[in-house]
Structures are given as C-alpha cells and as structure tokens.
Design a binder for this molecule. Sequence first.
Ligand SMILES: Nc1ncnc2c1ncn2[C@@H]1O[C@H](COP(=O)(O)OP(=O)(O)OP(=O)(O)O)[C@@H](O)[C@H]1O
Ligand SMILES: [Mg+2]
Length: 446
Amino acid sequence: MRLSRYFLPVLKENPAEAQIVSHRYMLRAGMIKQQAAGIYSWLPLGLKVLRRVEQIVNEEQQRAGHIPLLMPTLQTADLWRESGRYDDYGEEMLRITDRQKRELLYGPTNEEMITDIFRSHVTSYKDLPLTLYHIQWKFRDEMRPRFGVMRGREFLMKDGYNFDVDRDAALHAYNRHMVSYLRTYERMGLTAIPMRAASGPIGGDNTHEFLVLASTGESEVFYDSTVTDLKLGNREVDYDNREEVAAVCQEFTTLYARTDETHDGALFDQIPEDRRKVGRGIEVGQIFYFGTKYSEAMGATVTTADGRKVPVEMGSHGIGVSRLLGAIIEASHDDKGIIWPEGVTPFHAAIVNLKQGDGEADAACEAIYAGLRARGLDPLYDDRDARAGEKFATTDLIGLPWRITVGPRGLKNGVVELTSRRTGESEEMSPEAAIDRVAQIYAAHL
Ligand SMILES: Nc1ncnc2c1ncn2[C@@H]1O[C@H](COP(=O)(O)OP(=O)(O)OP(=O)(O)O)[C@@H](O)[C@H]1O
Ligand SMILES: [Mg+2]
C-alpha cells in the first residue's frame, strides 16, 4: 500500500473521551470510529489488524481439530425460551421485534443455536467428538461501555462449542481449548494467564479465564509471579493425545493464579512472599465445561456404543477477538504510539522516503517496495510529500515494527536504514540486505 492512496485518518490531538492508552491510540491511529456508545466502525488500519487476529484464531482452532461454521447475529426468542435464558439474561440482551411481531434478539452468545443445529443433525456417538466454532459479532447492552473496543456493546467473538459422548471426552475438549488458546495468545505476542474463574450466566463449574496483565484491566488478579515465565513456545502438541494435552494444562494451571471471584487468601498466603503478586488483568478469553445443561433442556441426545440414549456433553469457549486489539496495545506501546508484535501488525514494514521526488530515492523505494512484496510481505510505503519528522511520527504512532528509511545521502553510500520500532535501534545496510532481513524476521510468522 502507498500511503498517498490509503485512508489513514490519524489524529494529532489526544481525543478527550479516551481514558486508556489503547483507546487513545486506536482513535489517533485512525483504526476505529465510534458510531454510538460501544459501537464502532473499523477503519482500514483497524480492520487489517482485526483480520490478522482472526486469522491466528482460525489457524489455531483448526490446528486443534475444531470446525468453522457461521451462525447469524439475530436469533429467535423461542430458541432461548427452551433453555430458560430468554427471561434470565436480563437487560444485557438486545430484544428486537420484526414486522410480523415476532420476537428476535441480537445474540450475546450461541449455546442455544448451536445446540439446535446439533440436535437437528447428530444422533449417534459415532459422529463425536465434534467441536464447531464461529467468529461472529455479538451484542450485549453493557451498562457502561467504555475503553473503546475493550468493553463494547457490539463486539467480535470467537465462540466454540464441543459435543462429546461422556464427561472424560468433554474434559479433553476443555483441555484442548486451553492449549489452543495459549498458543493463540502467544502468537499475538501476549502472555495470557489461565485463571480459575466463576461461571456467570453460561453455567457450569469448570471454567478458566485467560488474563493479560495490565494496570488498566478491569479484573483484580492474584498470582504467583513465576506463572508469567511459563511459555508454550514452539513445542508440538498432539491434540488427540489426552494425556499429553492434560499435562500441558497441568503445567499452566498448577501455580496460583485467580481472579477476585475465586481468590482464596489462605492458599495465596502459602506462596513465598516475594512471589505473591496482586495486580489487574484484561480478560481475553474464557472456557467452560458445563456438561448437559443445554442438551438436557433442549433435547440434544446421542445413542452410545451400548445403545443407551444420553444427553450430549458440552462446553463453550470464547475469545474476545475485538477486545484483543485493545489488550495487545495495552501490553505493547510507548509514548510515541503502538508497537505491534510481528504476528498481528497491519503492515510488515514501513518504507519512508526522506526526499519524495528525488529520482534516486523514489527509485530505491519502489525497488524495496517491490522486493518486499515479492517475498510475500505487505509493506506500507510513505510516499507523501511531507517532512521526515511527520513521516516518522506517523509510522511510530501506527506501530509498524520495522521501518526502512531511504534518503539521497545514504544512497550515495549504497545504504538505507533499518530501524526497530521496539528498541529504536537502527542499522545501515544495502537495500537488498534490508529486504532479506525483514523477510527473515517474518519467516516464522507467515
Ligand atoms: N462487552 C465486551 N466487549 C468486548 N469483548 C467482550 C465483551 N464481553 C465479553 N468480551 C470478550 O468475549 C470473551 C468471551 O465472553 P464471556 O461470555 O466469557 O464474557 P464475560 O465473562 O461476560 O466478559 P466480561 O466479564 O469482561 O464482561 C470474553 O473473555 C471477552 O474477551
Ligand atoms: Mg468471561
């Protein structure tokens, strides 16, 4: 993309309505525009990051064997009456009446609908295990939408639902989700800690939330500081191997880590004092095992190998896709702007032309632009007729992790400058070497 032809409405001033850094930078970087309380348009730059986050979520769900589908945003009230949640859900549910006076709602979650799909088509244990998921807009009429996409009313969620023949198989699905979530967050450059949680309106007793530590988080968290050292890294996990998957979960859930809802002071006090941490966290996902709560209420049964008819065992698992953008920025920024982790950056590198209109500089930039694209990368070429300071301020604000700076003076010596947004360090090298280096950096992320 050439910046002169892009739509990047950056703001120079800090918007008064934004209280936290991620909201401020998403507005200033021209990523989102608020249309109503808690409802946003995703401008081109914001949409690009949202799509990258979605792509990682999709890849990791499918790696775990989970199958994508797409359910609608609108659901019928009758479906929710079957589970009893139409009345229970309360004011957070947006209720709509169509021209035939039929009652609809904008889905806040999809347990009922997925159970309806399942019961229409599956009757035998032979079709299990099955995990279906989608990435779809949700609506919850939050009392206090705030902090931009962190607590929206309309927000994008990945929600997945497992169907299993018995409790052990369902707990394996739970564990599989935990591991796939750990990998998902790590690929986005985040440390998200699974913490024992309380279940709320979804129901069930086995549940973990994933929290990204950040002072602006809405949850109070209590943890053993060594929990933040745990990394999944590049290890291969066989998602069909119950023991192996359970062992990874064990590793990540043994150290003390809880939210205020489940905090146990006596247990916490057993941790060595220098490792006892109290802080705040952003909830970026939650997994639930709830057994037969919905299948019993809605008549979703399967026949077992020995011919019995049993309600199917279920769980549901959510990732806050749009909230993740805020969480990533809270975890990765400085006073100049966002610093995108390589895994989710909207463009892989910025090319900054210090002297637009100079024949040699223009030609070198074009060659680097073409060279990066030939390597499968997506660069942003700042080809505006603007001062260097303004170009640097823009690429810093929008957070591109790598910048290649091209000017007539360097070109006389055959070099351009490659700068890391994170460390601020620059290195001179030939244009070809800069292309190679950037391609190498992204090799692990493409
Ligand atoms: N209003 C919201 N805006 C953006 N993301 C949200 C919102 N509500 C929930 N999410 C995201 O969707 C994920 C799965 O939904 P879940 O039902 O667990 O939410 P929740 O526990 O009600 O969230 P919260 O406690 O933050 O209100 C959450 O972990 C969170 O990341
Ligand atoms: Mg939750």
